[in-house]
Ligand binder design. Sequence first.
Ligand SMILES: C[S@@+](CC[C@H](N)C(=O)[O-])C[C@H]1O[C@@H](n2cnc3c(N)ncnc32)[C@H](O)[C@@H]1O
Length: 431
Amino acid sequence: MQSGGDCSNGFHGDNHRELAWEDKQVAGLSSFGRAKRRSRGGARDPKGNLPNGLRVSDQPGEHKLLETQESPAPCTDFDVAYFHSYAHVGIHEEMIKDRARTETYRQAIMQHQSFIQGKVVVDVGCGTGILSIFCAQAGAKRVYAVDASDIAVQAKEVVKANGLADKVIVLHGRVEDVEIDEEVDVIISEWMGYMLLYESMLGSVITARDRWLKPGGLILPSHATLYMAPISHPDRYSHSIDFWRNIYGIDMSAMMQLAKQCAFEEPSVESISGENVLTWPEVVKHIDCQTIKIQELDSVTARYKFKSMMRAPMHGFAFWFDVEFSGPASKNSSATSVASGSSSVTSSGEGNPKKRTNPSDALVLSTSPEAPPTHWQQTIVYFYDPIDVEQDQVIEGSVTLSQSKENRRFMNIHLEYSSAGRSFVKESVMR
Ligand SMILES: C[S@@+](CC[C@H](N)C(=O)[O-])C[C@H]1O[C@@H](n2cnc3c(N)ncnc32)[C@H](O)[C@@H]1O
Protein backbone atom coordinates (compact mmCIF):
# COMPACT_ATOMS: atom_id res chain seq x y z
CA MET A 1 0.00 0.00 0.00
CA GLN A 2 1.25 3.42 -0.84
CA SER A 3 1.09 6.11 1.70
CA GLY A 4 -0.90 9.20 1.01
CA GLY A 5 0.29 12.72 1.30
CA ASP A 6 0.66 14.33 -2.06
CA CYS A 7 -1.92 15.78 -4.34
CA SER A 8 -2.05 12.89 -6.75
CA ASN A 9 -3.55 10.50 -4.26
CA GLY A 10 -7.20 11.32 -4.65
CA PHE A 11 -7.50 13.79 -1.84
CA HIS A 12 -6.84 17.43 -1.34
CA GLY A 13 -6.47 18.40 2.26
CA ASP A 14 -7.91 21.87 2.36
CA ASN A 15 -10.76 23.67 0.68
CA HIS A 16 -13.41 21.65 2.50
CA ARG A 17 -16.82 21.57 0.95
CA GLU A 18 -20.10 20.06 1.98
CA LEU A 19 -21.60 17.64 -0.50
CA ALA A 20 -25.29 17.25 -0.95
CA TRP A 21 -25.80 14.75 -3.72
CA GLU A 22 -28.80 13.17 -2.04
CA ASP A 23 -30.52 16.53 -1.94
CA LYS A 24 -30.05 16.84 -5.66
CA GLN A 25 -31.46 13.49 -6.56
CA VAL A 26 -34.77 13.11 -8.28
CA ALA A 27 -37.62 12.82 -5.81
CA GLY A 28 -38.38 9.20 -5.15
CA LEU A 29 -34.97 7.97 -6.24
CA SER A 30 -32.98 8.75 -3.14
CA SER A 31 -33.07 5.20 -1.83
CA PHE A 32 -32.86 3.79 -5.32
CA GLY A 33 -29.13 4.22 -5.67
CA ARG A 34 -27.17 2.69 -8.49
CA ALA A 35 -25.99 -0.60 -7.08
CA LYS A 36 -28.45 -0.78 -4.23
CA ARG A 37 -31.16 -0.78 -6.77
CA ARG A 38 -29.66 -3.79 -8.43
CA SER A 39 -28.94 -5.88 -5.44
CA ARG A 40 -31.48 -4.80 -2.88
CA GLY A 41 -34.20 -4.25 -5.41
CA GLY A 42 -33.49 -7.07 -7.77
CA ALA A 43 -30.61 -9.42 -7.35
CA ARG A 44 -31.11 -10.67 -3.84
CA ASP A 45 -33.44 -13.58 -4.37
CA PRO A 46 -31.48 -16.55 -5.68
CA LYS A 47 -34.67 -18.24 -6.82
CA GLY A 48 -34.99 -15.44 -9.30
CA ASN A 49 -38.17 -13.85 -8.04
CA LEU A 50 -37.89 -10.37 -9.41
CA PRO A 51 -39.63 -7.29 -8.07
CA ASN A 52 -42.06 -7.24 -10.97
CA GLY A 53 -43.26 -10.75 -10.21
CA LEU A 54 -41.39 -12.34 -13.10
CA ARG A 55 -39.11 -15.27 -12.58
CA VAL A 56 -35.68 -15.29 -14.13
CA SER A 57 -36.64 -18.08 -16.48
CA ASP A 58 -39.28 -15.73 -17.91
CA GLN A 59 -36.72 -13.13 -18.90
CA PRO A 60 -36.37 -12.95 -22.67
CA GLY A 61 -33.06 -13.30 -24.42
CA GLU A 62 -31.30 -15.01 -21.54
CA HIS A 63 -29.58 -18.34 -21.66
CA LYS A 64 -27.18 -20.17 -19.45
CA LEU A 65 -23.88 -21.64 -20.56
CA LEU A 66 -22.33 -24.81 -19.29
CA GLU A 67 -19.12 -23.90 -17.54
CA THR A 68 -16.12 -25.33 -19.30
CA GLN A 69 -12.55 -24.21 -19.14
CA GLU A 70 -12.98 -22.14 -22.30
CA SER A 71 -16.41 -20.81 -21.39
CA PRO A 72 -16.93 -17.35 -20.00
CA ALA A 73 -18.37 -17.04 -16.52
CA PRO A 74 -21.86 -18.53 -16.65
CA CYS A 75 -24.81 -16.19 -16.50
CA THR A 76 -26.28 -16.91 -13.08
CA ASP A 77 -29.72 -16.09 -11.76
CA PHE A 78 -28.07 -13.23 -9.89
CA ASP A 79 -26.68 -11.88 -13.15
CA VAL A 80 -30.09 -12.10 -14.76
CA ALA A 81 -31.58 -10.10 -11.90
CA TYR A 82 -28.68 -7.66 -12.11
CA PHE A 83 -29.30 -7.05 -15.83
CA HIS A 84 -32.99 -6.78 -15.15
CA SER A 85 -32.37 -3.97 -12.69
CA TYR A 86 -30.67 -2.03 -15.48
CA ALA A 87 -33.83 -2.19 -17.57
CA HIS A 88 -35.37 0.43 -15.25
CA VAL A 89 -35.26 3.97 -16.54
CA GLY A 90 -34.45 5.44 -13.12
CA ILE A 91 -30.95 4.06 -12.91
CA HIS A 92 -30.04 5.51 -16.30
CA GLU A 93 -31.62 8.83 -15.41
CA GLU A 94 -29.54 8.95 -12.26
CA MET A 95 -26.30 8.13 -14.09
CA ILE A 96 -26.89 10.54 -16.95
CA LYS A 97 -27.88 13.34 -14.55
CA ASP A 98 -24.58 12.81 -12.77
CA ARG A 99 -22.89 15.56 -14.73
CA ALA A 100 -19.45 15.01 -13.22
CA ARG A 101 -19.60 11.46 -14.56
CA THR A 102 -21.19 12.03 -17.94
CA GLU A 103 -19.34 15.24 -18.81
CA THR A 104 -16.00 13.70 -17.91
CA TYR A 105 -16.68 10.70 -20.15
CA ARG A 106 -17.69 12.99 -23.00
CA GLN A 107 -14.58 15.09 -22.57
CA ALA A 108 -12.40 11.98 -22.39
CA ILE A 109 -13.86 10.81 -25.70
CA MET A 110 -13.32 14.20 -27.31
CA GLN A 111 -9.81 14.43 -25.91
CA HIS A 112 -9.00 11.09 -27.54
CA GLN A 113 -10.76 11.94 -30.79
CA SER A 114 -7.67 11.27 -32.87
CA PHE A 115 -7.69 7.69 -31.57
CA ILE A 116 -11.40 7.24 -32.22
CA GLN A 117 -11.88 8.91 -35.60
CA GLY A 118 -12.28 6.29 -38.32
CA LYS A 119 -11.78 3.52 -35.73
CA VAL A 120 -13.82 0.65 -34.33
CA VAL A 121 -15.07 0.97 -30.75
CA VAL A 122 -16.79 -1.37 -28.29
CA ASP A 123 -18.94 0.17 -25.57
CA VAL A 124 -19.05 -2.42 -22.78
CA GLY A 125 -22.45 -2.03 -21.13
CA CYS A 126 -23.89 0.71 -23.33
CA GLY A 127 -27.07 1.29 -21.31
CA THR A 128 -29.05 3.95 -23.18
CA GLY A 129 -26.23 4.21 -25.71
CA ILE A 130 -24.95 7.59 -24.58
CA LEU A 131 -21.23 6.79 -24.64
CA SER A 132 -21.57 4.98 -27.98
CA ILE A 133 -23.20 8.08 -29.43
CA PHE A 134 -20.44 10.31 -28.04
CA CYS A 135 -17.94 8.01 -29.80
CA ALA A 136 -19.91 8.19 -33.05
CA GLN A 137 -19.95 11.98 -32.71
CA ALA A 138 -16.19 11.84 -32.27
CA GLY A 139 -15.97 10.20 -35.69
CA ALA A 140 -15.82 6.46 -34.92
CA LYS A 141 -16.21 4.31 -38.02
CA ARG A 142 -18.23 1.73 -36.12
CA VAL A 143 -19.33 1.34 -32.51
CA TYR A 144 -20.49 -1.96 -31.07
CA ALA A 145 -22.84 -1.02 -28.25
CA VAL A 146 -23.23 -4.11 -26.07
CA ASP A 147 -25.69 -4.53 -23.22
CA ALA A 148 -27.27 -7.62 -21.72
CA SER A 149 -30.09 -5.64 -20.17
CA ASP A 150 -33.33 -4.95 -21.98
CA ILE A 151 -32.30 -1.30 -21.96
CA ALA A 152 -30.54 -2.30 -25.20
CA VAL A 153 -33.95 -2.17 -26.89
CA GLN A 154 -34.20 1.53 -26.02
CA ALA A 155 -30.55 2.10 -26.95
CA LYS A 156 -31.33 0.83 -30.44
CA GLU A 157 -34.22 3.28 -30.74
CA VAL A 158 -32.09 6.17 -29.47
CA VAL A 159 -29.37 5.35 -31.97
CA LYS A 160 -31.91 5.20 -34.80
CA ALA A 161 -33.58 8.46 -33.79
CA ASN A 162 -30.20 10.17 -33.99
CA GLY A 163 -29.49 8.87 -37.49
CA LEU A 164 -26.59 6.72 -36.34
CA ALA A 165 -27.97 3.25 -37.06
CA ASP A 166 -25.34 2.73 -39.78
CA LYS A 167 -22.51 3.42 -37.31
CA VAL A 168 -23.69 2.18 -33.91
CA ILE A 169 -24.54 -1.51 -33.82
CA VAL A 170 -26.46 -2.41 -30.69
CA LEU A 171 -25.87 -5.97 -29.53
CA HIS A 172 -28.34 -7.19 -26.95
CA GLY A 173 -26.41 -9.75 -24.94
CA ARG A 174 -23.54 -10.29 -22.57
CA VAL A 175 -20.08 -9.15 -23.59
CA GLU A 176 -19.03 -12.66 -22.65
CA ASP A 177 -21.44 -14.16 -25.21
CA VAL A 178 -21.93 -11.82 -28.17
CA GLU A 179 -19.84 -12.22 -31.30
CA ILE A 180 -17.94 -9.37 -32.94
CA ASP A 181 -16.12 -10.45 -36.08
CA GLU A 182 -13.32 -7.94 -36.04
CA GLU A 183 -10.69 -6.54 -33.74
CA VAL A 184 -11.42 -3.17 -32.18
CA ASP A 185 -9.25 -0.11 -31.60
CA VAL A 186 -11.00 1.30 -28.55
CA ILE A 187 -12.93 0.03 -25.54
CA ILE A 188 -15.08 2.45 -23.61
CA SER A 189 -17.00 1.47 -20.50
CA GLU A 190 -18.52 2.95 -17.41
CA TRP A 191 -18.10 -0.06 -15.16
CA MET A 192 -17.37 1.38 -11.71
CA GLY A 193 -19.52 0.30 -8.79
CA TYR A 194 -19.68 1.70 -5.28
CA MET A 195 -16.29 1.38 -3.66
CA LEU A 196 -15.06 0.84 -7.21
CA LEU A 197 -15.26 -2.94 -7.22
CA TYR A 198 -18.80 -3.56 -6.03
CA GLU A 199 -20.98 -5.21 -8.69
CA SER A 200 -17.93 -6.76 -10.38
CA MET A 201 -18.36 -5.32 -13.84
CA LEU A 202 -14.67 -4.75 -14.49
CA GLY A 203 -14.31 -8.47 -15.25
CA SER A 204 -16.52 -7.97 -18.31
CA VAL A 205 -14.31 -5.12 -19.55
CA ILE A 206 -11.30 -7.40 -19.18
CA THR A 207 -13.14 -10.09 -21.13
CA ALA A 208 -13.89 -7.60 -23.92
CA ARG A 209 -10.26 -6.49 -23.91
CA ASP A 210 -8.97 -10.03 -24.19
CA ARG A 211 -11.50 -10.97 -26.88
CA TRP A 212 -11.33 -8.01 -29.24
CA LEU A 213 -8.85 -5.22 -28.44
CA LYS A 214 -5.99 -4.78 -30.90
CA PRO A 215 -2.52 -4.73 -29.35
CA GLY A 216 -1.86 -1.14 -28.31
CA GLY A 217 -5.57 -0.28 -28.40
CA LEU A 218 -7.10 2.33 -26.15
CA ILE A 219 -9.18 1.60 -23.04
CA LEU A 220 -11.18 4.41 -21.46
CA PRO A 221 -10.89 4.79 -18.54
CA SER A 222 -7.32 3.57 -18.53
CA HIS A 223 -6.65 3.42 -14.77
CA ALA A 224 -8.63 3.28 -11.55
CA THR A 225 -7.60 3.76 -7.94
CA LEU A 226 -9.46 2.93 -4.75
CA TYR A 227 -8.60 4.95 -1.62
CA MET A 228 -9.42 4.71 2.07
CA ALA A 229 -9.08 7.08 5.01
CA PRO A 230 -10.19 7.16 8.66
CA ILE A 231 -13.08 9.49 9.36
CA SER A 232 -14.86 11.24 12.18
CA HIS A 233 -18.59 11.73 11.67
CA PRO A 234 -20.19 12.75 14.97
CA ASP A 235 -23.32 14.16 13.29
CA ARG A 236 -24.11 10.84 11.69
CA TYR A 237 -23.60 9.02 15.00
CA SER A 238 -25.76 11.40 16.93
CA HIS A 239 -28.44 11.44 14.22
CA SER A 240 -28.74 7.64 14.05
CA ILE A 241 -27.71 6.46 17.52
CA ASP A 242 -27.71 9.17 20.20
CA PHE A 243 -31.12 10.15 18.90
CA TRP A 244 -32.60 7.21 20.84
CA ARG A 245 -31.46 8.47 24.24
CA ASN A 246 -34.37 10.76 24.79
CA ILE A 247 -37.49 10.61 22.65
CA TYR A 248 -40.27 12.93 23.79
CA GLY A 249 -38.83 12.63 27.30
CA ILE A 250 -38.81 8.81 27.13
CA ASP A 251 -35.53 6.95 27.68
CA MET A 252 -35.30 4.80 24.57
CA SER A 253 -31.62 4.01 24.91
CA ALA A 254 -32.61 0.35 24.89
CA MET A 255 -32.99 0.90 21.14
CA MET A 256 -29.38 1.95 20.68
CA GLN A 257 -27.88 -1.49 20.23
CA LEU A 258 -30.36 -2.31 17.49
CA ALA A 259 -29.83 1.11 15.92
CA LYS A 260 -26.07 0.49 15.75
CA GLN A 261 -26.63 -2.89 14.21
CA CYS A 262 -29.01 -1.53 11.60
CA ALA A 263 -27.04 1.61 10.79
CA PHE A 264 -23.51 0.26 10.81
CA GLU A 265 -23.57 -3.46 10.05
CA GLU A 266 -23.29 -2.93 6.30
CA PRO A 267 -21.22 -0.34 4.45
CA SER A 268 -23.10 2.88 3.96
CA VAL A 269 -23.14 4.88 0.73
CA GLU A 270 -23.34 8.51 1.69
CA SER A 271 -21.67 11.86 1.19
CA ILE A 272 -19.08 13.13 3.60
CA SER A 273 -16.95 16.25 3.38
CA GLY A 274 -13.21 16.71 3.59
CA GLU A 275 -13.70 17.89 7.17
CA ASN A 276 -14.73 14.38 8.18
CA VAL A 277 -11.44 12.90 7.03
CA LEU A 278 -8.79 12.51 9.73
CA THR A 279 -5.73 12.24 7.53
CA TRP A 280 -4.46 11.66 4.01
CA PRO A 281 -5.91 8.63 2.27
CA GLU A 282 -4.02 5.55 1.28
CA VAL A 283 -4.32 3.51 -1.87
CA VAL A 284 -6.15 0.20 -1.48
CA LYS A 285 -5.86 -0.86 -5.12
CA HIS A 286 -4.51 0.67 -8.28
CA ILE A 287 -5.74 -0.84 -11.53
CA ASP A 288 -4.18 -0.56 -14.96
CA CYS A 289 -7.01 -1.57 -17.29
CA GLN A 290 -4.53 -2.69 -19.95
CA THR A 291 -2.90 -5.32 -17.78
CA ILE A 292 -5.22 -6.28 -14.89
CA LYS A 293 -6.33 -9.92 -14.84
CA ILE A 294 -9.78 -11.11 -13.78
CA GLN A 295 -8.31 -13.35 -11.08
CA GLU A 296 -6.74 -10.35 -9.36
CA LEU A 297 -10.22 -9.05 -8.64
CA ASP A 298 -11.43 -12.09 -6.72
CA SER A 299 -9.79 -10.72 -3.62
CA VAL A 300 -7.86 -7.54 -2.93
CA THR A 301 -5.91 -7.06 0.29
CA ALA A 302 -4.11 -3.92 1.39
CA ARG A 303 -2.35 -3.01 4.61
CA TYR A 304 -2.83 0.52 5.88
CA LYS A 305 -1.06 2.73 8.37
CA PHE A 306 -2.43 6.18 9.16
CA LYS A 307 -1.35 8.87 11.58
CA SER A 308 -4.34 10.91 12.68
CA MET A 309 -3.83 14.60 12.02
CA MET A 310 -6.13 15.55 14.88
CA ARG A 311 -7.70 14.48 18.13
CA ALA A 312 -11.21 13.26 17.37
CA PRO A 313 -13.69 10.43 17.80
CA MET A 314 -13.07 8.06 14.93
CA HIS A 315 -16.21 6.49 13.47
CA GLY A 316 -14.80 4.28 10.75
CA PHE A 317 -13.21 4.40 7.31
CA ALA A 318 -14.33 6.07 4.11
CA PHE A 319 -13.60 4.59 0.69
CA TRP A 320 -13.69 6.40 -2.64
CA PHE A 321 -12.10 6.06 -6.05
CA ASP A 322 -10.98 7.90 -9.11
CA VAL A 323 -10.56 6.81 -12.70
CA GLU A 324 -8.11 8.29 -15.15
CA PHE A 325 -8.53 8.66 -18.89
CA SER A 326 -5.02 8.60 -20.17
CA GLY A 327 -4.30 7.11 -23.50
CA PRO A 328 -1.40 7.86 -25.74
CA ALA A 329 -3.22 11.11 -26.64
CA SER A 330 -3.07 12.66 -23.22
CA LYS A 331 0.56 11.63 -22.79
CA ASN A 332 1.58 13.53 -25.91
CA SER A 333 -0.81 16.42 -25.90
CA SER A 334 -1.13 19.47 -23.79
CA ALA A 335 -4.87 19.53 -24.43
CA THR A 336 -6.87 21.22 -21.73
CA SER A 337 -7.39 18.66 -19.10
CA VAL A 338 -10.76 18.74 -17.47
CA ALA A 339 -11.90 16.74 -14.54
CA SER A 340 -13.93 16.54 -11.48
CA GLY A 341 -10.45 16.04 -10.21
CA SER A 342 -9.22 14.42 -7.10
CA SER A 343 -6.12 16.46 -6.72
CA SER A 344 -5.41 20.11 -7.29
CA VAL A 345 -8.69 21.47 -8.39
CA THR A 346 -10.47 24.74 -8.12
CA SER A 347 -14.03 24.45 -7.00
CA SER A 348 -16.61 26.12 -9.16
CA GLY A 349 -19.76 24.11 -8.73
CA GLU A 350 -21.24 20.73 -9.51
CA GLY A 351 -20.28 19.13 -12.78
CA ASN A 352 -18.12 22.00 -13.90
CA PRO A 353 -14.89 21.07 -15.57
CA LYS A 354 -11.87 21.46 -13.37
CA LYS A 355 -8.28 21.93 -14.27
CA ARG A 356 -6.24 19.10 -12.87
CA THR A 357 -2.61 19.67 -12.18
CA ASN A 358 -1.31 16.16 -12.00
CA PRO A 359 1.94 15.62 -13.85
CA SER A 360 0.52 13.77 -16.86
CA ASP A 361 -2.33 16.26 -17.07
CA ALA A 362 -4.69 13.34 -17.54
CA LEU A 363 -8.41 13.67 -17.22
CA VAL A 364 -9.68 12.28 -13.93
CA LEU A 365 -13.15 11.50 -12.63
CA SER A 366 -12.93 11.52 -8.87
CA THR A 367 -15.43 10.50 -6.22
CA SER A 368 -13.35 11.98 -3.40
CA PRO A 369 -15.16 13.88 -0.63
CA GLU A 370 -13.64 17.03 -2.03
CA ALA A 371 -14.52 16.52 -5.67
CA PRO A 372 -17.85 17.62 -7.12
CA PRO A 373 -20.50 15.17 -5.93
CA THR A 374 -21.34 12.09 -7.95
CA HIS A 375 -24.01 9.44 -7.58
CA TRP A 376 -21.32 7.11 -6.18
CA GLN A 377 -20.85 9.40 -3.16
CA GLN A 378 -18.43 7.75 -0.72
CA THR A 379 -18.74 4.36 0.98
CA ILE A 380 -18.31 4.29 4.75
CA VAL A 381 -17.48 1.25 6.86
CA TYR A 382 -18.58 2.37 10.31
CA PHE A 383 -17.47 1.00 13.66
CA TYR A 384 -20.33 0.21 16.02
CA ASP A 385 -18.92 2.70 18.53
CA PRO A 386 -16.55 5.62 18.05
CA ILE A 387 -12.94 5.32 19.18
CA ASP A 388 -11.18 8.40 20.50
CA VAL A 389 -7.90 8.98 18.72
CA GLU A 390 -5.20 11.48 19.63
CA GLN A 391 -3.30 13.68 17.23
CA ASP A 392 -0.45 11.65 15.67
CA GLN A 393 -1.93 8.39 16.91
CA VAL A 394 -1.07 5.53 14.58
CA ILE A 395 -3.98 3.54 13.18
CA GLU A 396 -3.02 0.42 11.30
CA GLY A 397 -4.38 -2.81 9.96
CA SER A 398 -5.59 -4.30 6.72
CA VAL A 399 -8.60 -4.49 4.50
CA THR A 400 -9.63 -7.34 2.23
CA LEU A 401 -12.32 -6.91 -0.40
CA SER A 402 -13.51 -10.13 -1.97
CA GLN A 403 -16.30 -11.22 -4.21
CA SER A 404 -19.03 -12.92 -2.24
CA LYS A 405 -19.32 -16.66 -2.86
CA GLU A 406 -23.07 -16.25 -2.48
CA ASN A 407 -23.32 -13.72 -5.31
CA ARG A 408 -20.25 -12.41 -7.08
CA ARG A 409 -21.98 -9.03 -7.47
CA PHE A 410 -21.80 -8.64 -3.67
CA MET A 411 -18.59 -7.73 -1.87
CA ASN A 412 -17.24 -9.04 1.42
CA ILE A 413 -15.24 -6.54 3.44
CA HIS A 414 -12.84 -7.82 6.07
CA LEU A 415 -11.35 -4.95 8.06
CA GLU A 416 -8.64 -5.41 10.67
CA TYR A 417 -8.02 -2.47 12.97
CA SER A 418 -5.32 -1.88 15.53
CA SER A 419 -4.44 1.28 17.45
CA ALA A 420 -3.25 2.26 20.92
CA GLY A 421 -3.29 -1.34 22.15
CA ARG A 422 -6.79 -2.02 20.93
CA SER A 423 -7.62 -4.24 17.99
CA PHE A 424 -10.64 -5.81 16.39
CA VAL A 425 -11.98 -7.18 13.15
CA LYS A 426 -15.10 -6.02 11.38
CA GLU A 427 -16.71 -8.21 8.73
CA SER A 428 -19.39 -6.79 6.50
CA VAL A 429 -21.06 -7.52 3.20
CA MET A 430 -22.04 -4.98 0.61
CA ARG A 431 -25.25 -6.38 -0.92
C1 LIG B 1 -23.15 1.58 -15.20
S1 LIG B 1 -24.17 1.21 -16.56
C2 LIG B 1 -23.51 2.28 -17.79
C3 LIG B 1 -24.49 2.58 -18.90
C4 LIG B 1 -23.99 3.56 -19.96
N1 LIG B 1 -22.73 3.12 -20.54
C5 LIG B 1 -23.80 4.94 -19.37
O1 LIG B 1 -22.67 5.34 -19.19
O2 LIG B 1 -24.81 5.60 -19.08
C6 LIG B 1 -23.54 -0.37 -16.96
C7 LIG B 1 -24.32 -1.14 -18.04
O3 LIG B 1 -23.55 -2.28 -18.36
C8 LIG B 1 -24.39 -3.37 -18.58
N2 LIG B 1 -23.58 -4.58 -18.34
C9 LIG B 1 -22.95 -4.93 -17.19
N3 LIG B 1 -22.26 -6.06 -17.37
C10 LIG B 1 -22.45 -6.45 -18.67
C11 LIG B 1 -22.01 -7.54 -19.45
N4 LIG B 1 -21.22 -8.48 -18.94
N5 LIG B 1 -22.42 -7.63 -20.73
C12 LIG B 1 -23.24 -6.69 -21.27
N6 LIG B 1 -23.70 -5.62 -20.57
C13 LIG B 1 -23.31 -5.50 -19.29
C14 LIG B 1 -25.54 -3.17 -17.61
O4 LIG B 1 -26.70 -3.86 -18.03
C15 LIG B 1 -25.67 -1.63 -17.64
O5 LIG B 1 -26.65 -1.23 -18.57
